[in-house]
Write a protein that binds this ligand. Structure first.
Ligand SMILES: O=C(O)[C@H]1O[C@H](OP(=O)(O)OP(=O)(O)OC[C@H]2O[C@@H](n3ccc(=O)[nH]c3=O)[C@H](O)[C@@H]2O)[C@H](O)[C@@H](O)[C@H]1O
Length: 477
């Protein structure tokens, strides 16, 4: 499904076609009225202006909410917003901007949805937005392009979406004014909420970013949605990590989720409880999807399969965790799930989401509240993931095997997807080898086009040779 994004060009080519984004400032200054004023009045005015400006400056510098510490930033670094990337040009508003927003969200098929996709420049977001757009749904993206990982990759994804007619607004889910404006301009039928602070281990480095994006950000989005008219149905990304220390396998939606092993997991679990509140009080239709280690082309560079690939190619050692013992599992394994399967699950969840029932911020009746596992149902040891990468990259990895540190990782994940199968028609169909092959092909084309070309030629000449041996090639005649 997603391969339209799969064979996309690398950073250089993407930059070459980078569209000119138009930015409009939303500050509307009140009209000025000019009256001649006496000199004493003018000097008083000047004095008080200086005082007010100084106070404002002091407030801005000291206010904790306006000056969070940036991820990876040394304490002495200049303060800037955590949400937006340093290159962010986040600004919005104006008639032309609204026109662009409306055009992107315009539905192009009978009974199609109009979907706001948050985190649209993210990995799952870009694939899901592209799939929805391909079938004629109206899609508007929203992303803050933060610098948790390479912003060029995020801009590249947004550029591809722009080419297919999806506009990604550069803005933050924490911006209540922007969200209110978006719901005002477009009567969204659905929200696919994928904007989040991802990554299990990074929570040790920057815990507050998880609280801001996954708790405060979610509440901001739900606040905007419950006040919207009509209220949209919301499908959002929870995580397999909510199962935490649960040892009952495969993980079912009925299993315990009250023992998270990481702050990331705890914020996702908190999100599930918060969602319940908005369903209960305001009648919002809410569906949480527990994703299991999603991988594929245009993936996230902070995930193991991605940086293992990078480091193996560079000849750098990779750290492979093995069980720290004490648990009944001996091998660290993940239920790696291919992006196309996840996208199918997202789309099915949107299609089957019943309506929100509230209006004017008031609940009018019960609304759906659902939770589904979206996994692959087939856990693979991380050591085997490395074996597969070695085979596909044709490079031997330099493995450094260490006991899994207590960094928030859990030893094992395995999804039971029978509920999603029954209610969403979800059937994952890509095994790890097939999915990794597609990832590696994309990775080489994107980062190492010369290597990709070499591999292609090698595969071509091998193909010719083997056809020759079989005597079935037309060139043998
Ligand atoms: O399903 C989820 O909800 C989560 O999936 C993903 O988390 P994980 O399943 O932990 O994937 P990922 O980090 O790629 O580690 C994969 C394996 O490599 C092991 N691992 C990791 C690093 C390392 O240096 N060595 C190593 O062996 C590691 O111990 C693990 O066994 C998302 O990142 C997360 O955002 C969330 O969506």
């Amino acid at each position: 499904m997603a391969p339209q994004l799969t064979g996309a060009p690398g950073p250089a080519a993407v930059a070459a076609v980078k569209p000119q984004f138009h930015h409009y400032h939303h500050h509307r200054l009140p009209p000025r009225h000019h009256h001649p004023a006496p000199a004493s009045l003018l000097s008083k005015l000047a004095f008080w202006s200086v005082c007010s400006l100084s106070l404002l400056l002091a407030f801005l510098l000291l206010s904790p909410s306006s000056a969070p510490v940036a991820p990876h930033a040394a304490p002495e670094s200049p303060r800037r917003s955590l949400h937006a990337s340093p290159s962010s040009t986040a600004s919005w508003g104006g008639a032309a901007w609204e026109k662009k927003v409306r055009a992107s969200a315009r539905v192009r098929r009978p009974r199609g949805h109009s979907v706001l996709v948050t985190g649209a420049a993210g990995f799952v977001g870009c694939h899901a937005a592209a799939a929805l757009r391909r079938r004629g749904d109206g899609v508007l993206g929203l992303d803050n392009f933060n610098d948790y990982y390479d912003t060029a990759l995020k801009r590249g994804r947004a550029t591809l979406l722009a080419r297919s007619g999806v506009y990604v607004v550069d803005g933050d889910i924490g911006d209540a004014e922007l969200l209110a404006k978006l719901f005002d301009v477009v009567p969204f039928t659905h929200v696919l909420h994928l904007a989040a602070q991802a990554g299990v281990r990074h929570a040790l480095v920057d815990p507050m970013s998880y609280v801001r994006a996954n708790v405060a950000g979610l509440v901001g989005l739900l606040e905007a949605a419950r006040s919207a008219n009509p209220q949209p149905a919301i499908v959002w990304a929870s995580s397999s990590s909510v199962y935490g220390l649960n040892s009952h396998v495969p993980f079912s939606e009925h299993d315990r989720t009250d023992r998270p092993a990481s702050l990331y997991a705890a914020t996702k679990k908190a999100g599930e409880e918060i969602a319940h509140v908005y369903n209960h009080i305001y009648g919002l239709s809410l569906t949480a999807l527990r994703f299991f280690t999603v991988y594929g082309p245009w993936g996230r560079p902070d995930m193991a399969y991605f940086f293992f690939t990078r480091d193996i190619l560079a000849g750098r050692p990779i750290t492979v965790y093995e069980s720290a013992g004490g648990s009944h599992q001996t091998t660290i394994s993940r239920d790696f799930t291919y992006i196309d399967d996840i996208v199918k699950g997202c789309v099915a969840a949107l299609d089957t989401a019943g309506r929100s029932t509230g209006s004017g911020g008031k609940k009018r009746g019960p609304a759906p509240f659902r939770t589904y596992n979206l996994g692959n149902t087939s856990p693979v040891p991380v050591t085997q993931l490395v074996d597969l990468l070695e085979k596909l990259l044709k490079v031997k990895a330099v493995r450094k095997v260490v006991k899994m540190p207590r960094n928030g990782d859990v030893p094992y994940t395995h999804a039971n997807v029978s509920l999603a199968q029954r209610e969403l028609g979800y059937r994952p169909s890509t095994d790890l080898q097939t999915g990794l092959k597609k990832f590696v092909r994309w990775y080489l084309e994107y980062y190492h086009p010369e290597l990709a070309e070499k591999q292609k030629q090698h595969a071509g000449s091998n193909g010719k040779r083997s056809r020759g041996r079989n005597g079935s090639s037309s060139s043998a005649r």
